[in-house]
Design a protein around this ligand. Structure first.
Ligand SMILES: [Zn+2]
Length: 89
């Protein structure tokens, strides 16, 4: 829900602008604000809501399209196999 003035804020059940943003924890202070009550009651600065939405989209994209694994830069070989250690007899 987009909140752009005191009337919207009061109808949304937010008594004052002293409440803190659920994303950055700074006081809400000014409009516009975004309220989400789908998974708990959360109010965000509009910019924080956009940043959160982008974070979620990036996370979902990485989950469904993980990057290809990088080939190893080098292979560790145990010293005996590499011939670097001489055995004492
Ligand atoms: Zn914020």
């Amino acid at each position: 829900m987009l909140i752009v003035n005191d009337e919207h804020r009061l109808r949304a059940g937010i008594k004052s602008l002293s409440k803190r943003c659920s994303y950055c924890s700074k006081p809400l202070k000014e409009y516009p604000l975004i309220m989400n009550d789908d998974a708990g009651f959360h109010v965000f600065h509009a910019a924080c809501a956009a940043a959160l939405a982008i974070d979620i989209q990036v996370d979902l994209c990485m989950f469904f399209n993980p990057p290809a694994l990088c080939p190893p830069l080098f292979v560790l070989t145990p010293p005996d196999e590499a011939g670097l250690c001489e055995k004492k007899e």
